[in-house]
Design a protein around this ligand. Structure first.
Ligand SMILES: Nc1nc2c(ncn2[C@@H]2O[C@H](COP(=O)(O)OP(=O)(O)OP(=O)(O)O)[C@@H](O)[C@H]2O)c(=O)[nH]1
Length: 419
């Protein structure tokens, strides 16, 4: 090696950002320092003069891992490469975490003469990692679901509460987007609002209806916030939510209690009258013809008398089910009282309503209860006339029903159109 190359070598070692120390190979004396570069001196707090001739054991202290040192000794004895991490101590007694390796150095004849060690203070890195782990554990410990995505909305972290609420293991959702939880309950405007809030760096807060892994839905009060870097660029999004399904279910149960009939689950009379009034208002303002069907189980008293009240209840539930299955989703089926039901068909031409009523009659007559067997239904149908009140409409449908009963039951009578 030329003199200039040697000088380069020396400069490189002395200017290296990594701490470099060269010791002799006298194991019995503890391998004493011959050369240490400025980075090593800065890291340990010792000057080269203070280090030279002393074994590096002086850097060890109470938190230095003895297992690492044992392994180091074994490597030095066998002149093998060593790599490890442990806690060392500076001159002022403060500790630092160092990642280091040691390579044996041999002369031209292959005789071991020195060891060279390259070291790096990784205290900051370890501290950040510990902090990150602590933060992740803290997020895991919170009972509210937390989700973290990158700027492209790909999931990078989901806490335990999120995993528990959604039923998705974290490994299954990592890398995917929250579109996975879409239930279809929100319209495009909802998502447009979400996107524009986040794009302008603002939080988006709303009650989401999300889908769990098993397909069931849950309500979550959710707050999504963009996270920006120092330059103001969005790097991540964090979503913190509260599963409010229980509250929503309770509210729904209360609403149901006020609007639904307990036995059949149909609308109760009170809610039914409101719905009928709304449908009439709609029809009067050009919403299309409104027809009501009033129906009543025939000889129902005999069912109760012969088979008992519970059997009668079961018949009412079965009849309700058939009524509900027979109508369109928008039609209201109401338990008007006892064994009497009203079906409100808004925007439904009378001919279609008559077809439907007849279909219902046939279905009920074809149905067989396990104990009671066959029951029949009588039906009266009326279409709202101009300037007619809902009371008058129901009265006309009722009169048609009475006519059906008088005519022999298991039949439909249509009230004559008025006006
Ligand atoms: N099991 C049961 N019976 C009910 C309920 N509500 C009313 N009822 C009974 O329904 C029966 C109605 O009898 P009626 O009004 O005489 O009429 P019906 O026997 O069906 O005779 P028609 O209507 O003329 O064919 C009464 O016995 C009521 O007690 C209920 O919730 N459950």
């Amino acid at each position: 090696m030329s003199t200039s190359q040697l000088q380069l070598f020396q400069s490189a070692v002395m200017q290296s950002w990594n701490a470099i120390v060269i010791t002799d190979a006298d194991l019995a004396a503890g391998c004493c320092v011959e050369i240490a570069n400025p980075a090593f001196c800065a890291m340990t707090g010792y000057s080269l003069d203070e280090l030279r001739g002393r074994p590096l054991k002086m850097l060890q202290g109470p938190d230095t891992d003895p297992a690492v040192i044992d392994h180091l000794r074994a490597c030095l004895r066998e002149a093998r490469f060593f790599e490890g991490t442990t806690t060392n101590y500076r001159k002022d007694g403060s500790s630092y975490i160092v990642r280091w390796n040691i390579s044996p150095v041999r002369d031209d004849d292959g005789v071991l003469t020195h060891f060279i060690s390259v070291q790096q203070d990784i205290s900051e890195h370890v501290r950040t990692e510990r902090e990150n782990r602590l933060l992740a554990r803290a997020l895991d410990a919170t009972s509210d679901p937390v989700l973290l995505t990158d700027a492209q909305a790909r999931i990078i972290f989901a806490n335990t509460a999120f995993v528990e609420v959604t039923g998705y293991p974290a490994s299954e959702i990592r890398g995917r987007t929250p579109a996975l939880f879409k239930s279809g309950a929100h319209d495009d405007a909802f998502y447009a609002g979400l996107r524009s809030s986040l794009a302008s760096g603002q939080d988006f807060r709303a009650t989401f209806i999300n889908r769990r892994r098993d397909g069931s839905l849950y309500h979550a009060e959710q707050s999504i916030s963009p996270i920006c870097d120092e330059a103001g660029r969005i790097t991540h999004y964090v979503s913190v939510s509260k599963d409010i399904s229980q509250r929503v279910d309770m509210e729904q149960a209360l609403r149901d209690a006020a609007t639904r009939d307990k036995l059949t689950g149909l609308y109760n009379r009170h809610r039914g009258e409101q719905l009928l009034e709304e449908a009439a208002a709609e029809a009067r303002t050009g919403g299309g013809p409104l027809t009501v069907i009033v129906c009543d189980v025939d000889h129902f008293k005999q069912v109760n008398d012969r088979f008992g009240h519970p059997a009668g209840d079961r018949i009412l539930i079965e009849v309700s089910g058939i009524l509900r299955q027979s109508v369109r989703g928008r039609d209201a089926v109401i338990r008007w009282g006892g064994e009497e039901f009203v079906i409100v068909l808004d925007a439904c031409p009378q001919a279609a309503a008559i077809d439907l009523a007849e279909r219902i009659r046939v279905r009920i007559a074809a149905h067989r209860d396990v104990e009671v067997g066959r029951v029949t239904l009588s039906l009266g149908l009326a279409t709202l006339a101009p300037a007619e009140s809902t009371d008058e409409l129901i009265a006309r449908a009722d009169a048609a029903l009475y006519q059906a009963k008088r005519g022999g039951r298991d039949r439909l009578c249509v009230a004559e159109s008025r006006g």
